[in-house]
Design a protein around this ligand. Structure first.
Ligand SMILES: *[C@@H]1O[C@H](CO)[C@@H](O)[C@H](O)[C@H]1NC(C)=O
Length: 407
């Protein structure tokens, strides 16, 4: 009896090792394309761009699932890089060490200045590994017109851009000190982003944490974002976005928009932002649109949010104007409707905890506030709400009391 049990467990063990080995074989050493094997130095001083491009090219033409490895304990200095698909199989970019951007602005030309690392047209890409993507952005921040108004306004690279990717996973990474936007997702479908730590100083200009545009079926979960601009910016063409478990701040908060700039037609549909804590951000849950635009922002839920010392915890601003000259009153506007702010509590840094400033030509409608409790930080005065052209209702208890509200 005892020997049967022993035999049985022995064969289980054999089976187990068999599976272990076959899993190994699946991503065998022949399918690992390490930057180190492509001539990278990894000393943080020499330019390793070519090694990254070559390792990617080899992986991308592999018939079997391939791994591009950024080895641990090394720093790979790189300039503008485009990593393109389509690839023959799925690609895993394993970032164990760090990729560091060149600190020379002259390494970027007019043509390449928008991007540091650009992934373009890749299907089934996973970027993970626990390593660091460091944009080395200081030199760009110092030369920004937002830092020094005497300087001309110029562009700076986005650290990571995912353009036209399908079945994309970005997880377990640190993205720090980007030159401008930290991670931008553009024209992608089926995207999962999770366990990202995204950091840049509060004073760094335009360093949005996660920027999403023209993309569908996107999930963002379990991220910490401390930065100088929006924690997340959710722009035109975003559809079916689910965000959960985020910690934001410092920064400008979570924004849908800005939509409708330069009279454009923009659409954002079906966005849920759930379980977020915001610390000292300028905005909490925000929708912002320019005057003169067209299109819609609808089916939006901001729920289970805790605000700590947030300047504008709940804000719809349809007169957004981020321009040096005042924006003129205009007839058309992006239509904002079916928006729910639910279970939102905490403190506001300003008295105006709730601002619903909608367009006079296209008023917001079907706006619901449900179980909201916001007080002014320190409690020196009462929180207020201000509204223009907003049709809204409340559910449960809402404090401060909705303005112009009668029931
Ligand atoms: C809204 O988006 C979620 C994912 O965030 C998705 O599960 C759901 O089906 C979408 N709803 C519609 C009506 O498309």
């Amino acid at each position: 009896m005892a020997s049967t049990v022993l035999n049985f467990s022995a064969s289980l063990l054999t089976l187990f090792f068999f599976f272990l080995r076959s899993a190994d074989a699946e991503i065998g050493s022949s399918n690992i394309f390490s930057m180190q094997s492509y001539g990278a130095r990894g000393d943080g001083r020499h330019d390793d761009t070519k090694a990254l491009v070559d390792a990617w090219a080899a992986a991308c033409s592999s018939a079997k699932p391939a791994v591009v490895l950024i080895p641990k304990g090394k720093k790979y200095l790189t300039k503008h890089t485009t990593l393109s698909g389509p690839c023959k199989s799925s690609i895993l970019l394993m970032v164990k060490g760090s990729l560091v951007a060149s600190p020379e602005r002259s390494d970027w030309s007019k043509e390449t200045v928008k991007h540091w690392i650009l992934f373009s047209g890749v299907t089934s890409l996973t970027v993970t590994g626990g390593g660091t993507i460091d944009g080395n952005g200081k030199i760009w921040w110092q030369n920004s017109c937002k830092t020094n108004s005497k300087l001309p306004c110029t562009q700076a690279p986005t650290a990571l851009t995912f353009y036209s990717c399908k079945n994309l996973k970005v997880e377990n990474l640190k993205v720090v000190n980007s030159q401008q936007i930290q991670i931008s997702v553009e024209d992608c479908t089926h995207v999962k982003m999770s366990r990202l730590s995204i950091f840049a100083p509060e004073t760094s200009p335009n360093t949005d944490g996660i920027h999403i545009t023209r993309s569908r079926d996107v999930q963002v979960a379990d991220c910490t974002i401390k930065t100088g601009d929006d924690c997340m910016s959710i722009e035109d063409g975003t559809e079916n976005l689910h965000v959960k478990n985020l910690v934001c701040g410092p920064g400008h908060g979570i924004s849908i928009g800005s939509l409708g700039d330069h009279s454009s037609e923009d659409h954002v549909n079906n966005v849920t932002v759930d379980n977020v804590r915001m610390y000292g951000t300028t905005n909490g849950a925000r929708i912002k649109t320019w005057q003169g635009g067209k299109g819609s922002a609808k089916n939006i839920v901001f729920q289970n949010m805790i605000m700590d010392n947030v300047w504008n915890p709940i804000i719809i601003d349809q007169n957004y104007c981020d321009s040096s000259t005042p924006c003129k009153q205009q007839k058309s506007a992006v239509e904002v409707s079916n928006v729910l702010f639910k279970n939102i509590r905490g403190t506001s840094a300003s008295e105006e905890a709730i601002m619903l400033h909608c367009s006079s030509s296209v008023p917001c409608h079907a706006i619901t506030l449900e179980n909201v409790k916001l007080t002014v930080k320190g409690g020196s005065s009462d929180a207020k709400s201000t509204c223009q052209n907003a049709e809204w209702k409340k559910s449960g208890s809402v404090s401060p009391q909705p303005c112009g509200f009668s029931n």
